[in-house]
Design a protein around this ligand. Sequence first.
Ligand code: DGP
Ligand code: NA
Ligand code: NA
Length: 207
Amino acid sequence: MTRGALIAIEGLDRTGKSTQTEILINTLKQQGKPVELIKFPDRTTQIGQLINKYLTDKQFQLSDQSAHLLFSANRWELVEKINKLLTQGVTVLLDRYVYSGVAYSAAKGLNFQWCLNPDLGLPKPDVVLFLKFKDDGNMKRDGFGDERYEVDEFQKKVKVMFERFDGDDNWRNLYVDGKGIEEVEEEVWTHVVKYSDGLDSDVQLFK
Ligand code: DGP
Ligand code: NA
Ligand code: NA
């Protein structure tokens, strides 16, 4: 039976990731395709509320390890929902996922494999769109610098950690330097179109 595709959009802060996610959702909807957006961290759950506090309140202390495990737990909270949607033939778009989970924590100095371990067994996206800059232009965009992780030096380390997933067969790099929203939108679509009617193969798991 055909299931929905699992598509993740990843990127550093302020790469236009959320804008592109929104556009893609609308494109799929306009074509009459069932689609649902799941944004991570999902700040609406109880664990998500703790994560939100951690991200926005610098007085709120958590060890790097416990913060990491909360972000992972937040993904595990949503697995049942994701699997159910996929089975129903719904395309599931993830705005951030395991890759952010590993990259942001490993950038703090935690072991890369240790960071991936709690996410083993989660459904693996059929395709990951990684929005990136060739240079570090994202740090010049409006609004950068409000939250805990939005510091130039840190973002550079995160980028290096994301790039360790480059080479996985589901990984697609999308350079956004100097491109307008529409140009990026078209590129996103070229990577997504072949998944837009779903897949007959089972969803893979992180292993
Ligand atoms: P966003 O809502 O997409 O702006 O994400 C909030 C911030 O949290 C952003 O700086 C990226 C970071 N982040 C997202 N997911 C994870 C995760 O799983 N682990 C860690 N450590 N950070 C994450
Ligand atoms: Na952010
Ligand atoms: Na963001």
